[in-house]
Design a protein around this ligand. Structure first.
Ligand SMILES: Cc1cc2nc3c(=O)[nH]c(=O)nc-3n(C[C@H](O)[C@H](O)[C@H](O)COP(=O)(O)O)c2cc1C
Length: 203
């Protein structure tokens, strides 16, 4: 089972989502010995923003691409291939300015590819990634789940992966992390308990 583990927090060792995503992956490996992990740190090794240069590189035949265009095209291809090869994806998604980190959005822009991960038909869009499982570690300073303020964060990710055909999506949530030590500590221990007791209970 191929598992793609993605971190996107810019807070390094102080990151709550990094701590929790590592726990999810560890628990998954304990529950399933066949798990093979590929790790991507989008903060340490950022994917450049999807840009006109990306489009031009994609539209230029490989044999006449410049070195920069070749790099762009290879980045798109390898990021997409890694996502397509994964049976499951664990994504650490902190809330930054009511949405996901720009680094995570840059990754999404490389994996949402018409004809590869979704397509348009006469009956409307069709996701091509059914069968994958996604676990999102959702962290925030405030409390946003189920609120209008969370629409561009958790709801957006649910919508995006649903568009790609992925319906098996679970959230491990630690929010209110900026509400003082007590609330932070409880939010983190509740999320850890969810990982330990619920996520792989059936495995
Ligand atoms: C640049 C930045 C923007 C943030 N914006 C928000 C926000 O809009 N709403 C919120 O509740 N918390 C916000 N926070 C707080 C983070 O969501 C919180 O620190 C959380 O722990 C982030 O997860 P991490 O520790 O894995 O980075 C922001 C933090 C940073 C660094």
């Amino acid at each position: 089972m191929k598992l793609l583990h993605i971190d996107s927090s810019i807070l390094g060792d102080n990151s709550a989502s990094r701590q929790l995503s590592e726990s999810v992956v560890k628990a998954w490996k304990s529950a399933d010995a066949s798990v093979e992990v590929t790790y991507r740190d989008l903060a340490a090794d950022a994917i450049s923003h999807f840009s006109s240069a990306t489009l031009v590189a994609a539209g230029t035949p490989a044999e006449v691409r410049s070195a920069a265009q070749q790099h762009e095209a290879e980045l798109s291809a390898s990021t997409l291939a890694e996502f397509q090869a994964a049976d499951a994806i664990v994504i650490a998604a902190p809330m930054y300015n009511f949405s996901i980190p720009t680094q995570l959005k840059a990754w999404i822009d490389r994996i949402a590819v018409a004809g590869q991960t979704f397509r348009y038909t006469e009956a409307g869009p069709e996701g091509l990634c059914g069968g994958k499982k996604v676990i999102v570690v959702s962290t925030a300073g405030g409390l946003h789940a189920g609120q209008a303020t969370g629409v561009a964060h958790e709801d957006y990710l649910k919508l995006l992966f649903g568009f790609l055909g992925i319906t098996d999506i679970e959230f491990v949530r630690a929010q209110g992390l900026a509400y003082g030590d007590e609330v932070r500590s409880k939010a983190l221990s509740d999320a850890q308990a969810q990982i330990d007791e619920q996520l792989f209970a059936a495995a």
